[in-house]
Ligand binder design. Structure first.
Ligand SMILES: *Cc1c(COP(=O)(O)O)cnc(C)c1O
Length: 237
């Protein structure tokens, strides 16, 4: 989805950075530094380790270093990996990121603690019903198509107010907004725009920033950063 990241941010195959630091330590230090530059408390920022395509042992290794939040983008893959991981390491938080089909709403609500891809009324309805049935209420982020890219998920910027009203009317636990800026371009203006939309609507949560741009996202107000390759190394799938 994103292009190769700046060399200084790429951990090697053994998930260490250029200074030989374990990748998790390095990412945490960079988040803390970016937060302090922006006058923020680093503890306000949740680092989500995006573990899609990663095997269970790589996830367990990161969890053993103290990483508590993980993210997956495919419900089926998560269903195959996560029940055993949850048994092995109780207390981990699991986020769903990216596109979610309405017919997977029940499975997603059963498995995930947060859902970052709420982007259309039909999904709001499906999630509300699934939460009712399951008696479980994962945090929801409205995904905004912040670069107005036709091929990308997320609701149009102009549709945020109406979707927000639907989410509130359906009683979903709304955590904030999420976006993936266009690839190949400076992400900062898109992060700033998402932050402004969230502010305009009184929303606290901002899920933005990936391996190549999470420090920028933190400086611009991210409360949740979604980092995959900078923690795990390159994806296989
Ligand atoms: C894969 C993915 C990420 C993580 O991407 P990296 O560049 O590996 O950090 C973040 N957010 C979403 C929605 C993703 O699909």
């Amino acid at each position: 989805m994103r292009l190769p990241i700046a060399a200084t941010m790429v951990p090697h195959e053994d998930s260490r950075d250029d200074d030989g630091l374990p990748a998790l330590e390095s990412v945490r230090a960079r988040i803390a530094r970016a937060a302090r530059v922006a006058g923020r408390d680093p503890s306000e920022i949740e680092l989500i380790a995006i573990s899609k395509t990663q095997p269970a042992d790589a996830i367990l290794a990161l969890a053993a270093q103290g990483q508590a939040s993980f993210g997956e983008n495919r419900v089926q893959e998560a269903q195959a990996k996560w029940p055993a991981l949850r048994d092995a390491m109780p207390g981990l938080r699991l986020h769903h990121v990216g596109q979610l089909q309405s017919n997977k709403a029940d499975d997603a609500v059963a498995l995930f603690d947060a859902i970052h891809g709420v982007d259309r009324p039909s999904l709001v309805t499906a999630l509300a019903r699934a939460m009712e049935r399951a008696g479980r209420r994962p945090d929801c982020f409205i995904q905004v198509n912040i670069g107005e890219e036709p091929q990308k998920g997320g609701c149009a910027i102009a549709d945020v107010p109406s979707l927000l009203a639907e989410v509130r009317a359906a009683g979903l636990p709304l955590a904030g907004l999420m976006a993936v800026p266009p690839a190949d371009t400076e992400a900062a203006p898109y992060f700033a725009l998402l932050a402004k939309i969230a502010r305009d609507h009184g929303l606290a949560g901002l899920s933005m920033g990936m391996s190549g741009d999470y420090e920028t996202a933190v400086m611009l107000g991210a409360t949740h950063v979604r980092v995959g390759t900078a923690l795990f190394g390159a994806r296989l799938g």
